[in-house]
Design a protein around this ligand. Structure first.
Ligand code: SAM
Length: 443
């Protein structure tokens, strides 16, 4: 399997998806291509160009370089120059990924000057489900990393699992699910495979009833090299359940072990997720393993309906969880910098003296306040000592910076209730007799 998500290889190649790292919180997913297929890519002599606020990046400078490289922005030509030759393109790439070198030839230095801008750069990273989630084209509300990482471990998604997902939506959860069931890299020559490598890669079966969203997820899976793991199906799961339809019209059980339902009415899909089945339409669940389910709903009323339907269908250990993820940013704030709105420091001074003045002012105000409230003066014999200790404290803060923190202003998670439950494996009279016989045999 060749996926830039799970096995990107050592260098970027034509056709792969890359995550352009613009800044800590800004990632831009791009399909690397030197062949302009869309109208907006056709005006450049350089071929396909990605324009960012850090400058323009012709894809010829992004392809065939080691993942993780820093690439400098290029000056691009919107058609006045002819299409550059392959050699020119290679030179541009060499210039863009390296810093100034004393060995630059006059020609390459001139080319560098003509094609690169000093201002901007990006890093070219292989995509991950996490980076995809933060930058994907939203078609619906999506499940974010704090939720899906918890969900995937709770429903025991692991290499070899068969995971049912409905609806596919924007494919955020789908990417993370694909990685969870993926078996991983083959072991190196002469090495023992790890436990994960011994198991075969599992499957994600994702269902979506909105035609365009289904088509988009299917295309994305192909483009991201995940189509051997993920099968997208266009289906109303409330009405038609999760069976796989064969070419001859017969139904096959997907034999699922894990289920994730991000649907407006999960209780309408639950009747298709029972142990009961008929020879024509067997149960969608793997009879030999416990099934683990999670539903994702924003309203408590939806949770109540889901839980009572789960109970009716024999699901056990039902519990509800809400993930409240909050990132706390801790920084050392130098008094010369302006950290507005951060706890502990107001818009701050530009020099040590200004910082000292500011602190003296704050302390004077505090003393004034104390005098007002207690009627006592704080001025006393150790006043000057206090001043010098204040000064040394400020000097220390100035040198080391003071620790300040703030909570992430915008929570990148959409609050929903997660309902978890399990359905024990099928247990027939024959299983019971076999178990009794086994116990007797073992003594
Ligand atoms: N979990 C997805 C993600 O992380 O990107 C987002 C799912 S979105 C909130 C819900 C999706 O369920 C929508 O795309 C909607 O079209 C789909 N849906 C709603 N009812 C459905 C049904 N009966 N069968 C299949 N899909 C359905």
């Amino acid at each position: 399997m060749h996926s830039s998500f799970f096995s990107p290889g050592p260098t970027t190649t034509e056709g792969q998806t890359a995550s352009l790292h613009l800044s800590r919180d800004q990632l831009l997913p791009v399909k690397l291509s030197t062949i302009a297929s869309k109208a907006e890519d056709q005006g450049y002599a350089e071929g396909v160009v990605t324009n960012t606020r850090f400058g323009s990046f012709p894809h010829s400078t992004l392809i065939d370089i080691p993942w993780g490289c820093q690439v400098l922005a290029s000056k691009v030509d919107t058609g006045t120059r002819g299409r550059e030759s392959f050699n020119q393109s290679r030179k541009r790439k060499a210039n863009a990924i390296s810093t100034d070198s004393p060995n630059d030839s006059a020609e390459s230095a001139a080319l560098k000057q003509a094609t690169t801008a000093t201002s901007g750069f990006i890093h070219v990273l292989p995509p991950t489900p996490e980076s995809w989630t933060t930058s994907l084209p939203h078609r619906t509300q999506v499940v974010y990393t704090p939720d899906y990482s918890y969900v995937l471990q709770k429903i025991r998604a692991q290499p070899g699992s068969t995971l049912i997902e409905a609806g596919s939506g924007s494919g955020s959860f789908t990417h993370a699910a694909a990685r969870a069931v993926f078996q991983g890299e083959r072991p190196e020559e002469g090495r023992e495979p790890t436990q994960g490598q011994k198991q075969s890669t599992g499957k994600v079966l994702t269902f979506e009833f909105h035609k365009e969203r289904y088509e988009k997820v299917e295309t994305e899976m192909r483009e991201h090299g995940l189509d051997s793991i993920v099968t997208a199906t266009h289906r109303d799961v409330y009405r038609d359940g999760f069976w796989l339809k064969e070419a001859d019209g017969s139904y096959r059980s997907p034999n699922a072990n894990c289920i994730f339902l991000d649907l407006p009415a999960p209780w309408e899909a639950l009747p298709h997720l029972t142990r009961q089945g008929t020879p024509e339409k067997p149960s969608a669940l793997d009879p030999s393993t416990t099934a683990y389910i999670c539903t994702f709903s924003p309203c408590i009323e939806q949770v109540q309906k889901t839980v009572s339907t789960m109970r009716r269908h024999g699901w056990l250990e039902i519990e509800m969880v809400e993930i409240q993820h909050k990132r706390i940013e801790v920084k050392r704030a130098y008094t010369g910098l302006k950290y507005e709105g951060m706890r502990g420091v107001n818009p701050v001074a530009a020099t040590v003296d200004e910082a000292l003045d500011r602190l003296r002012e704050v302390e004077a105000n505090a003393k004034e306040h104390q005098r007002d409230t207690t009627g006592k003066s704080n001025k006393g014999k150790n006043g000057s000592q206090q001043n010098s200790s204040t000064e040394s404290a400020v000097q220390k803060h100035w040198d080391e910076g003071i620790l300040i923190h703030r909570a992430e202003p915008e929570l990148k998670t959409h609050t929903s209730y997660l309902v978890f439950a399990i359905l024990p494996r099928e247990w027939t009279e024959e299983d019971e007799q076999a178990a009794i016989a086994q116990v007797r045999h073992d003594g």
